[in-house]
Design a protein around this ligand. Structure first.
Ligand SMILES: Nc1ncnc2c1ncn2[C@@H]1O[C@H](COP(=O)(O)OP(=O)(O)OP(=O)(O)O)[C@@H](O)[C@H]1O
Ligand SMILES: O=C(O)c1ccc[n+]([C@@H]2O[C@H](COP(=O)([O-])O)[C@@H](O)[C@H]2O)c1
Length: 201
């Protein structure tokens, strides 16, 4: 897959890691590897966003972010994609609806760091997202408690899957979500931008 859509075989479980990736960093690579193992995923697709609808400042050019992400994420079961630009979506609910139409036999899991779980109730149609796909939430320094006490975590409390059962997450019918307390990685795009640029990972 270079440009356009990646291939998924029917029945595969594909984790979707949406992000600004402005720029991609070692934390993204770390959580991707953790997600493959802990959530029993066959594949992970990075969805490099045209722009987070909640972030006031637009990110760097998509082509530049894609190039950086592809240079960094080198794994046979991971694809770096610009699917949202291709679909013309930037709201996750619409992206997932589009992917489910395009890949009717594929099971998707939405992946996110604990910081995004804490904000999840502010996303457009977040309840629809939780009704469409299981959610795999990964620990992030400083945000573990916020994620587990988040509005969405409370609303979805009875659908939470124990961490030891998270490997089967992709085979469950939504709503279902799991929080996994993996070894954490402190990298962040903000820190890289504040540090003066995209030179370091
Ligand atoms: N170090 C990390 N640990 C856990 N999750 C992470 C980490 N870095 C990024 N993520 C998750 O990856 C996804 C995409 O993150 P994003 O591209 O916004 O990177 P970021 O470092 O959070 O960027 P920014 O600092 O600009 O907000 C989000 O779900 C985010 O929670
Ligand atoms: O759909 C929304 O309303 C929405 C609001 C905030 C963030 N998101 C998505 O969350 C993912 C992570 O965003 P970011 O900027 O934290 O990397 C990315 O795929 C965004 O499109 C989606």
């Amino acid at each position: 897959m270079r440009h356009g859509l990646p291939i998924a075989r029917p029945g595969q479980v594909v984790g979707l890691l949406g992000g600004s990736f402005d720029p991609a960093h070692a934390g993204h690579v770390h959580i991707t590897r953790q997600a493959l193992a802990r959530f029993g995923l066959d594949r992970v697709w990075w969805l490099v966003s045209p722009g987070n609808p909640l972030k006031p400042r637009g990110p760097a050019a998509l082509a530049r972010r894609m190039a950086r992400a592809r240079a960094l994420m080198d794994h046979p079961r991971v694809a770096v994609t610009d699917i949202e630009a291709w679909l013309g979506t930037r709201h996750t609910a619409r992206t997932i609806a589009g992917l489910q139409r395009l890949y009717p036999g594929t099971r998707f899991v939405w992946l996110m760091g604990a910081d995004n779980m804490a904000q999840f109730h502010r996303w457009e149609d977040w309840r629809e997202i939780a009704a469409r796909v299981p959610l795999g939430v990964i620990a992030r320094p400083g945000d573990r408690i916020a994620a587990r006490s988040a509005v969405a975590a409370r609303v979805l409390a009875r659908h939470r899957v124990a961490p030891q059962d998270a490997r089967g997450l992709g085979r469950l019918d939504p709503p279902a979500w799991a929080f996994v307390n993996v070894p954490m990685h402190a990298a962040s795009s903000t820190a890289i931008r504040d540090g003066g640029g995209w030179g370091a990972g």
